[in-house]
Design a protein around this ligand. Sequence first.
Ligand SMILES: Cc1cc2nc3c(=O)[nH]c(=O)nc-3n(C[C@H](O)[C@H](O)[C@H](O)COP(=O)(O)OP(=O)(O)OC[C@H]3O[C@@H](n4cnc5c(N)ncnc54)[C@H](O)[C@@H]3O)c2cc1C
Length: 325
Amino acid sequence: MLYRRQARRYNTYKRKKTMLNPHPGLPEFTYVKLASLDEACGFLVEHAGEARLISGGTDLLVRMRDKAFKPAYVVDIKGLEGTDVLAFDPSSGLKIGAAVPMNRVVAHPDVQKHYPLLAQAAKSVASYQLRNRATIVGNICNASPAGDTLGACLLLGGRLNIYGKDGERFEDLVTFFKGPGKTSLQPGEIVTSINFPLPEKGATGTYLKLGRNKLSDLAIVGVTVYGFPDKMTESGFRIKVALASVAATPLMPPVVETVLSENEITEDTIQEAANASMDACFPIDDVRGSARYRKEMVRNLTRNAITEVWGQLQSRTENGLEANR
Ligand SMILES: Cc1cc2nc3c(=O)[nH]c(=O)nc-3n(C[C@H](O)[C@H](O)[C@H](O)COP(=O)(O)OP(=O)(O)OC[C@H]3O[C@@H](n4cnc5c(N)ncnc54)[C@H](O)[C@@H]3O)c2cc1C
């Protein structure tokens, strides 16, 4: 009798423990470290469907723990040619290798001076500890519509350097995202770096993120705005917007840019652009927020972000300053 009661208690304890920790551990896999891009690419082709690349591992290992991916092989990109580069050149721009952790990007003086929008977006990702591992290229290749750095990378004209079995190719980031977790990468292809041209003269930008808390949460909605003086437009400025967490891929609604290019920029124009931004997105309901709430927040955050950027552009124009150059 006593034994049966004890057994019952033990079973209840075990059940509760399983409920408290539904992810008891990583599945088994073989860690692979190869000497060159060529070898890594060959290995990926040979083991297509059963090998995955790892950079910081902050997405991959969580997905493996959650049993979303079960790769037999995890191939490390760290140490492969060109993946550790973080370099700025005043004529060609910025190059960020695929293995460079976000904290290194955020702290780099040339990133802070010439690409403060990128530093701001990277700094909004989770916590300092996580950013010691997480990379910008990992954020991109993970292809989550909620990725915090994707808007800045898109608006700053990011271009990926990709190594595959036929050698090197380049792809503009605008064509890279195909859906949640889906990209244009072909079997065996490895992103080695992302390159950014020099920002336009007088450019400025901001990233506004709405999360459930200030640390370590994905965006319910994220709005990136990037603008610069442009004599070819009616307004004298070109202001672009990118939206996170409101569609299957990051969105860059051209209608917002058109409203702000073709009209004198006033409070009413900014409100019109914010409404257009809201109308352009098609979010879903999920644990972080309803579709309706997200739409409202897109409008509010777009208005606030454009107002902030517009204010900076005006003061820079008045003071004759050339930002970020
Ligand atoms: C606690 C926590 C909080 C988080 N908070 C945020 C947040 O606030 N904002 C946010 O945007 N993200 C957040 N994330 C997600 C994650 O940290 C980021 O997406 C990060 O940038 C991923 O980079 P990584 O180097 O760790 O990628 P990895 O996990 O190494 O890789 C991600 C994906 O890209 C593929 N991959 C990696 N490198 C390459 C390559 N060179 N070529 C081709 N494919 C490649 C991998 O196979 C994998 O599918 C969070 C994650 C955790 C665990």
